[in-house]
Design a binder for this molecule. Structure first.
Ligand SMILES: [Zn+2]
Length: 493
């Protein structure tokens, strides 16, 4: 029997605004699509949070025994600088500024994206398709939407006719926006645009002479609109209707709203049963933005090479920190919050490391392991409530420490259950990595600092034999001391 037969999940569905009982379309199988990154710069920490939330969800489904097809795309063309189908393609712009090929930009930042996700212990998705790999599919969809009367051609570009669509459908069903408000609030077309109405969005854009990323189509040499790629790739790999579509909150409108409209205009099905949106990450209480300098890169968190942090943090501490907030809540990133998470994470790891040394005697009088285990599942079954799960893990930590101190007991059967459940949730579901060496890394640093202090004292006392001995013997074991004007630093080979 699979675990999913006994654990029942409720998911907050963005389209209904309610938690709903989750039943997959095909029993035992789940189709999950998450909008991936546009690979024109280093992956943003806010995006890491979104992808980490879905990594945790993917992991939990797998833990329950579901066969999950997880599709997360790479946007390597078609994403313009603004949402009104204006501006340069983000990748082409970067290529122009750096004087390299657009595909060099794509390659560079795709590699960076994968490396960063690997560092944070992400599981790879089942399929990672690219927009440029699905131009043919996108052209075919446009043809059918045109045939169905929901799009029009203007000067070689094809636009989705939002007003026409809204006559028989509900444009705004996901974002809660009303077409009248959208019409009222959008800027008038500037005469440059080929659109009938400002709400209309591009399915295909004719390439201007300077636009280097271009493909032939029946209408013009051009490129697909950004929203279309996700409709093409999700349908190709998951079907016209699939279980879950996820992404960051900022993608709800217009991107996901447009995906629904395209799918309905194309094959007249609601494409997605559950829409899930992860909330944003702020930094020191402010929105993160490169332009204001309120920004931090994943690599800077690990190295501590930033004025925003007092030191570097390990990937598992960052992951633990992110898991301590529910994916639908705003999470604020700060030095203090990370320091607190680091303490919590170390406490959790220490408890896990003492488990093998616990002796089993008799069942506890006040800790029911079976009940605790179900509480862990209940937390995750309730819209993937990782912070509640972590609170449950800490009640086990407390119990483990009591057993260690002789203040509580456990029998052999419950011991196995406790150990296995804790391992499953900490490592398989939350995706944390055992980093018991981390504490020893800190100890090593402290020890070297102590030796540096002793060497300085020896030098001050003109005991050069001793100070040289300290430095030379450290060198022999691969630790180099460097004397600078701000004191002595060290590097470990
Ligand atoms: Zn998308």
């Amino acid at each position: 029997m699979n675990l999913f037969e006994e654990q029942h999940i409720a998911i907050y569905n963005s389209i209904t605004g309610k938690k709903e009982h989750f039943i997959p379309i095909n029993e035992g199988h789940i189709g999950l699509y998450v909008c991936g990154p546009t690979v024109y710069s280093n992956v943003h920490l806010g995006n890491i949070r979104t992808f980490m939330s879905f990594d945790m969800i993917f992991r939990y489904f797998k833990h329950l025994g579901y066969k999950v097809r997880y599709v997360r795309n790479i946007t390597d063309a078609g994403h313009l600088e603004n949402d009104a189908d204006q501006g340069e393609d983000r990748i082409a712009k970067k290529a122009r500024l750096e004087q390299i090929e657009p595909m060099e930009v794509v390659q560079m930042y795709t590699v960076d994206f994968h490396n960063t996700l690997n560092t944070f212990n992400f599981l790879p998705p089942s399929i990672e398709p690219t927009a440029t790999g699905h131009i043919v599919e996108q052209i075919e969809i446009i043809k059918e939407i045109l045939d169905n009367g929901f799009a029009y051609e203007a000067n070689g570009s094809i636009y989705f006719d939002v007003l026409k669509y809204n006559e028989t459908n509900d444009y705004g069903i996901l974002s809660g926006r009303k077409i009248e408000d959208l019409m009222h609030n959008s800027r008038a077309l500037d005469g440059q645009s080929d659109k009938k109405n400002p709400q209309d969005f591009a399915l295909w854009k004719k390439a201007e002479p300077q636009h280097i990323m271009r493909w032939p189509s029946p209408w013009s040499v051009g490129f697909p609109g950004w929203h279309l790629e996700c409709t093409a790739m999700s349908t190709k790999y998951l079907g016209e209707q699939f279980d879950i579509h996820g992404g960051g909150m900022d993608l709800k409108f217009p991107h996901h709203e447009c995906e629904i409209a395209q799918a309905k205009a194309w094959h007249n099905h609601n494409p997605v049963n559950f829409w899930m949106h992860a909330n944003m990450l702020t930094l020191n209480g402010q929105k993160m933005a490169k332009s204001t300098g309120n920004n931090i890169l994943p690599a800077e968190i690990l190295s501590g090479d930033t004025d925003k942090l007092s030191k570097g943090f390990s990937p598992s501490v960052v992951r633990f920190f992110m898991m301590q907030a529910h994916y639908r809540s705003i999470l604020d990133f700060s030095n203090d919050a990370l320091l607190a998470s680091e303490k919590g994470f170390q406490k959790l790891m220490e408890a896990i490391s003492v488990i093998p040394s616990l002796s089993t005697t008799k069942a506890s009088m006040d800790f029911d392991v079976q009940e605790w285990k179900q509480s862990c599942y209940d937390a995750m079954n309730d819209d993937f409530n990782a912070p509640i799960l972590i609170a449950e893990l800490f009640s086990a930590v407390k119990y483990i420490n009591q057993i260690k101190d002789g203040a509580n007991t456990i029998d052999a059967i419950n011991f196995e259950l406790l150990k296995n459940t804790l391992h499953a949730f900490v490592f398989d579901v939350l995706g944390l990595l055992e980093t018991s060496h981390e504490a020893s890394d800190d100890k090593l640093e402290d020890t070297i600092q102590l030796l540096i202090t002793l060497r300085n004292e020896a030098r001050a006392q003109k005991n050069f034999a001793l100070s040289d001995q300290i430095r030379n013997q450290l060198t022999e074991i691969g630790i180099q001391l460097k004397d600078g004007k701000d004191g002595t630093t060290f590097s470990i080979e």
